[in-house]
Structures are given as C-alpha cells and as structure tokens.
Design a protein around this ligand. Structure first.
Ligand code: BES
Ligand code: ZN
Ligand code: ZN
Length: 502
C-alpha cells in the first residue's frame, strides 16, 4: 500500500473514499468543517444532523455524497470528546476505515485531519491511525494456498491541513505502516494452531525473522536447557513430545557495551493445563498462550529492521507445550529452578510463571538495563480488567510509568497492580522455597509476585499480564485472532525514551 502525506487536496483530486475522524466538539457547532472542500463539509453537516451521529468514540457512519465529481463515500469515525481522546481511539478508527474500504471494494482512501484543531499536531494520531489502518487490512489465510484477497487497498493519502506538520506526519505515517506491517507479518505465525506451531516451529520462524531483520539467533533445545539447569522450563515441557526451546534474538546495537534492554515472552504453544487439566470448553483459545512471545518477536523484528537503536536489545522466547501424560509433572512435584530456588508445583496449569522463572533468571544474567516480560499469565487479569487494558506490575515506578505513557500513545493500554511484600507469604510452601500458586485471591498479583522472585534484585523489571492478546471474533476494526498487543507499545516506548528512563 502506498501511503503519502499532503497539506491539502484539491476537490478535483479526491479519491472515492474519505476517512473523517470527528470529536464530539467538531460537530457540536454549526460552523462548517474547515479544511474540507465546501460542498463536502456541507454534505457531512447535513448528514450528521439528519442521522443524529454523535461522534462518540467508536461510533461509525457511512455518509455517501453524490458530488459533481461522482460518488464519494465518507467514513465518519467517532472519536468522542477531546479531553478523553487517546491514540487507541485513532488506531481503532484506522482499522474501521480499512475494514469499510475493503467491504466496499475501495482502492484509495483519503484521511482528513485538517478539519479539527485536535489533530493539528499529528503526533501520535497519524502513527496510531496508520498502524490501525494496516492492521485492519489483515485477513486470516484459511489454507496455505489460498489466494491473496483481491480486495486490497492500494493507497492511503493523509491530508494534514498544514505545511509545517508535513515532515512529522510523513515520518509518523511511515513508522505506523512499519509497525502495522510487522504486526500483520507476525500474525501469520501467531494465528497458527497448536499442531502447526509447536516450539520447534516457533524456533524456525524466529530464525527466519532474525535472518531477514539482521538479528542474531540462538536457541537452547532440551539437551542445552538441561545443561543450563532450566529445570522449570523442562518441567512444563516434560509431558509433551514437543521439545522446548529458549529462543534468543539479539540486536547488538552500535553501542555494544551498553547494558541491553531485555524483553521476555511467555511462549506456550498450547496450554492444556497439564495434569491440572483445563475444562474442555473454550480450551481451543489456548493456542494463543504464546502471545507474549509473539509480541516480543514482532518487537524484535521492528528493532532489527526499523528502530535500530544504539543500545543492544535482546528478546527471549520461552517456548514449550503444556501437556498431560505419563511423563508430565504431577501436582506436588518439587523442582529446582535455574536460580537455585526450589518450587513446589501445586497446579500444573500455572505453567507460564514456571517457564518465565528460568527465562527471567537468564535475562538477569545478561547485565540488562531493564527487563520487560509479556505473558498471558492469568485468567484473573481478564476478570479484573476486561479486554480494554492489560495489567502491569513492576519493581520500578519510573519504568512502569514510562510504559503506561507509551501505552496511552499507542492504544496498547496498561493499568498498574501493586506488588506489596505483604502478598509474598501466600507463596510459602512447607516443602520448597515457593509454591507456584497462592490461595486463589489476587491471582494476577500473585503471578507477578512469583516472577519477581526470579529477577535479580536491583534490576528494573516490569511484567505485563496480557488481557487482549487475541480477539475471539472479528471486531469492527480488525479480524479475529492474534492482536500482537505489546508490539506497538514497546516500539513506541523504545522510540521515545526506552531504558533511558531507568
Ligand atoms: N494461560 C493461562 C492464563 C489464561 C487463561 C490467560 C485464559 C488468558 C485466558 C495460564 O497458564 C493459567 O492457566 N493460569 C491459571 C493460574 C492459576 C492456576 C493460578 C489461571 O488463570 O487459572
Ligand atoms: Zn496454564
Ligand atoms: Zn498458560
């Protein structure tokens, strides 16, 4: 798709579709919408009055005008009141615009930002809209030889209304397209079911991505994990015939001596629960229990191909399949994890924290500037927060706040939960240093508390418990399946400040 940025567009040059984000304030007066061709501004006004379109966030209306130049479909994209506007609203609006364009078989779309002072400063709106627009073009390939859809959008033109903002808007649209494009590319891996994407396939795909993005690839297989005493990862994998891997992607950076940023992803390619078997209903969604790792993979691909920071960045994917079987871990088994702590495995379904325990210990040994992990760790996070925001827990207030801010600028939003030391006793075991579950209260926090015990003290660390790593059905703004929540967030965080904040 070709993306271009212009300060204005003569009526004679308009495409057949226009996307028009509108805040409630933009339609609350009778003043004509500035920055739009007169007849279009008038037509939109009349349509808004006629239909009662309120411009609430996520509200959509298709306004079709018949102009002397022909038919024009205008996507009215509600963005809600200005004080509550955040990048996620624009990202969703972008996705919606792309979905509508595809539905109407439209090839060219013009995005207008020129009519609203809210969008006069293109940051972060242009990046968020473009990311969402590209994400909205993604479609799941139902078979390997399925033809690419004929309904492809050829061009997006962004009309800013001001010359002074052109350069920023252009850069932001390029970055948005890179992020959206990378997310879509990794979605092809992330959407694969358990049978098609066991850990060895994730390792192979990671190697391909590394090669194409200039990253160094290495991986520990079962034998190497044994040598490295990663007994916690091995315990999760021991009921499966599929070999576990700890995959490492390294971006060396120009300043190789600087401490690296280390990102870690839970990559359970299928989570049956193990001997603590999950109920059958809805278990199919546990193919997305690799989502943390997939977000890390997308981020690392952006680091190598696009962001290219000075500082080294390392991605770790702790990949295993959690299966029941005669060789599987039993409830009550005690293992010695890589950092020497013994763990009593009460519930084999709390496996994410086990693979992460060893991965965080490996991360701690890399002299990191900071560690950030992503995981579909607890169902409790979804119960507490729903799908609009994921949970963040951290031992470092500044790191946590900078990640939350980056979340607000991308739509990958985060909400903090506390890791008070008073929770720690819930993990006490009479038979080991810790057990892997608490008493059922504060499920998400207990997951965070457990992980904290495996991060070397003094290292700034944040843990993100994902609530919206996948969609179970198509939404107004995108397809069903993996969302790669976290990839855009990390890219924005690294772009703006990164580990400098720590
Ligand atoms: N992968 C699940 C968590 C999960 C479930 C995320 C559903 C998103 C949707 C994780 O491995 C798990 O099973 N966690 C247990 C922890 C419990 C045993 C302490 C859970 O949430 O029930
Ligand atoms: Zn589980
Ligand atoms: Zn899991």
């Amino acid at each position: 798709m070709k993306i271009s940025v212009l300060s204005e567009l003569a009526p004679s040059q308009l495409s057949h579709a226009a996307a028009l984000p509108l805040c409630t304030e933009d339609i609350s007066t009778d003043a004509p919408l500035p920055g739009l061709p007169k007849d279009i501004a008038k037509g939109v006004r009349e349509w808004v009055q006629h239909t009662g379109f309120n411009a609430n966030a996520r509200e959509f209306s298709l306004c079709t005008l018949h102009t002397p130049r022909g038919r024009l479909d205008i996507f009215l994209l509600g963005c809600g009141p200005r004080p509550a506007l955040h990048a996620g609203i624009l990202r969703v609006a972008g996705g919606r615009a792309a979905m509508e364009a595809r539905r109407l078989a439209i090839n060219n779309v013009d995005l207008f930002l020129s009519h609203s002072e809210r969008f006069a400063n293109p940051k972060p709106w242009v990046r968020a809209f473009t990311t969402g627009f590209i994400e909205g073009t993604y479609h799941i390939r139902k078979s390997a030889n399925a033809k690419p859809s004929a309904l492809s959008i050829k061009a997006l033109r962004i009309v800013t209304g001001s010359k002074s903002q052109l350069v920023i808007a252009r850069d932001e649209s390029v970055r948005g397209a890179e992020i959206g494009g990378t997310i879509n590319r990794i979605r092809d891996i992330a959407n694969r079911p358990g049978n098609e994407a066991p850990p060895r396939v994730i390792a192979r795909e990671s190697q391909k991505i590394a090669k194409s993005c200039g990253l160094k690839y290495s991986a520990w297989n079962r034998a190497e994990l044994k040598r490295q005493r990663c007994n916690s990862i091995l315990a999760v994998a021991q009921g499966s015939k599929e070999e576990p891997y700890l995959i490492q992607l390294t971006y060396p950076g120009r300043k190789r001596k600087l401490p690296p940023l280390v990102v870690v992803g839970k990559t359970i390619t299928f989570d049956t629960g193990g001997i603590s078997l999950k109920p059958g209903k809805n278990m199919e969604w546990m193919k997305f229990d690799k989502s943390g790792g997939m977000a890390v993979l997308a981020f690392m691909s952006l680091v190598g191909a696009v962001l290219k920071p000075d500082r080294p960045v390392i991605g770790l994917l702790a990949a295993a399949e959690n299966m029941p079987g005669s060789t599987a871990t039993r409830p009550g088994d005690v293992i010695t994890s890589r950092n020497g702590k013994t763990i009593e495995i009460i519930n084999t379904d709390a496996e994410g924290r086990l693979v992460l325990a060893d991965a965080l210990d490996v991360a701690s040994g890399l002299n990191p500037a900071c560690i950030i992990d992503f995981a579909t760790l607890t169902g409790a996070a979804l119960v507490a927060l729903g799908r609009q925001v994921s949970a963040i827990m951290s031992n470092h207030a500044e790191l946590s706040e900078s990640l939350q801010k980056a979340g607000e600028r991308t739509g990958d939003r985060l909400w903090p939960l506390p890791l008070y030391p008073e929770y720690a006793h819930l993990l006490n075991s009479p038979f080991a240093d810790v057990k892997n579950i608490g008493d059922g209260t504060a499920g998400t926090i207990i997951g965070g508390m457990f992980l904290k015990a495996f991060v070397k003290p003094g290292i700034p660390w944040a843990h993100i418990d994902l609530t919206s790593a996948w969609e179970e059905r198509p939404t107004s703004h995108g397809p069903a399946g993996a969302t790669l929540f976290g990839a855009a967030l990390l890219a924005e965080w690294l772009d703006s400040k990164g580990p400098e904040t720590t």
